[in-house]
Ligand binder design. Structure first.
Ligand SMILES: NC(=O)C1=CN([C@@H]2O[C@H](COP(=O)(O)OP(=O)(O)OC[C@H]3O[C@@H](n4cnc5c(N)ncnc54)[C@H](O)[C@@H]3O)[C@@H](O)[C@H]2O)[C@@H](O)CC1
Ligand SMILES: Nc1ncnc2c1ncn2[C@@H]1O[C@H](COP(=O)(O)OP(=O)(O)OP(=O)(O)O)[C@@H](O)[C@H]1O
Ligand SMILES: [Mg+2]
Length: 345
């Protein structure tokens, strides 16, 4: 066969093989997409869609606003044993973009928390005899509440937290429940059951306790997605975030998985950064939803996904600088640039 015909045949076969290969890859992607949209949803396109929804909820910075308009967030927590957790949550809320951050804690925790930062407004009322009245006075001025970081498990403090949750629900305030607030929910699920502006952020142990309290059987550790769906439904389609290697987020309809790369560093306090940021993002998402700017997704799920992505991005950035010595304080220093990268670019 002449040489030019041989070359032509070779090119033809190469082109044909490339076309077949491209078709197979395309088909594979379709199957992948179908699989994920019917089960847990986590792939780049979907992540970007949710992140752009989060972006759309971020209020613009303009010279026309007054202090407080972008969010006044309250943290219920801080007792003799734990002063770091409410501080981490409250300062994270500010760093994400809330204008004011209030901490309602016990008397002996207050001076300690104030001394960490002059930016926080600290109310030493949580163990006072009229604690609920003292906190209730502030509720009309709050846009979001985070209940639980460093709250402790004393009955009296949990009772106060419960009454504050009830009062906040009556005012339609978005409520994130974390840490010892989840201990309360495990004892009395009805305190938040069915509240559409509520979000629970359990770590693995907190989730296990909640699941077993509601389902009266051990959870299936081979299928966390199913367990998280079941628990959300049992809680009246409440938004849940099961934190871990992947953060699983659901309102009982679909499970979204946030697996943006963090690092292998698991220092205490990362969960507090998450719940504090979520308090702000929940306020922004519900405000955007009321204004008709989010229609396709539950605003609580949007806020949860945004806060998980932000926490993991902070973890990754802090780890690049500090490696094994990374602490939550280092992560908090990254909030500004992580936020910009995820939500303002
Ligand atoms: N600096 C501070 O003041 C801090 C205080 N914290 C407070 O400490 C209190 C107790 O919180 P905890 O988170 O310790 O709650 P728990 O007392 O329920 O303990 C959970 C335990 O589960 C373990 N765990 C987590 N994930 C696990 C997994 N996948 N498999 C097995 N074990 C797992 C953790 O190591 C922890 O010991 C809360 O009030 C919390 O806010 C924490 O937020 C950490 C920082
Ligand atoms: N294995 C993991 N890999 C990557 N990121 C993780 C992993 N575990 C947790 N995270 C991230 O850290 C965040 C906090 O989760 P964590 O389980 O540390 O909460 P926590 O136990 O409540 O923390 P805290 O010490 O503040 O109470 C999660 O939302 C997630 O973004
Ligand atoms: Mg925690």
């Amino acid at each position: 066969m002449p040489e030019h015909i041989q070359t032509f045949a070779f090119c033809l076969i190469t082109v044909a093989l490339s076309v077949v290969f491209a078709l197979l890859v395309g088909l594979n992607e379709k199957v992948f997409e179908r699989y994920y949209s019917s089960g847990s949803t986590s792939h780049r396109g979907m992540d970007e869609d949710i992140l752009s929804l989060v972006k759309s909820t971020v209020p613009p910075l303009t010279s026309k606003k007054h202090k407080g308009q972008d969010g006044r967030i309250g943290i219920i927590g801080g007792c003799q044993d734990y002063t770091g957790a409410p501080y981490f949550a409250a300062i994270s809320a500010l760093k994400v973009g809330a204008d004011l951050s209030h901490v309602f804690c016990t008397k002996d925790a207050a001076t300690v928390i104030k001394s960490y930062s002059p930016e926080l407004i600290v109310h030493p009322v949580l163990d006072s005899p009229n604690a609920v009245e003292e906190i209730e006075k502030w509720l009309p001025r709050l846009h979001g509440l985070v209940v639980g970081p460093g709250l402790g498990r004393e009955d009296l403090l949990l009772k106060t937290a419960k009454e504050v949750i009830e009062k906040s629900k009556a005012r339609d305030i978005p409520i994130v429940i974390d840490a010892d607030g989840l201990w309360l929910v495990t004892q009395q699920p009805s305190v938040i059951q069915g509240y559409q502006k509520g979000i629970l952020t359990p770590n693995f142990m907190e989730f296990t306790r909640l699941y077993e309290a509601l389902h009266h059987e051990p959870m299936d550790s081979n299928d966390y997605q199913r367990s998280v769906l079941q628990l959300s439904v049992a809680m009246g389609n409440l938004t849940l975030v099961l934190k871990g290697e992947q953060d699983l987020i659901t309102d009982g309809n679909k499970v979204y998985s946030c697996n943006l790369e963090g690092s292998g560093r698991r220092c205490g306090g990362q969960g507090d950064l998450l719940s504090g940021s979520m308090g702000v993002l929940a306020h922004w998402a519900h405000a955007a939803s009321t204004a008709g700017m989010i229609r396709s997704m539950n605003p609580s799920v949007v806020a949860a996904f945004g806060a998980c992505s932000l926490t993991r991005q902070c973890n990754s950035q802090a780890f690049q600088r500090h490696g094994r010595s990374t602490t939550t304080t280092d992560m908090i220093q990254e909030i500004g640039s992580a936020f910009k990268r995820l939500f303002e670019s």
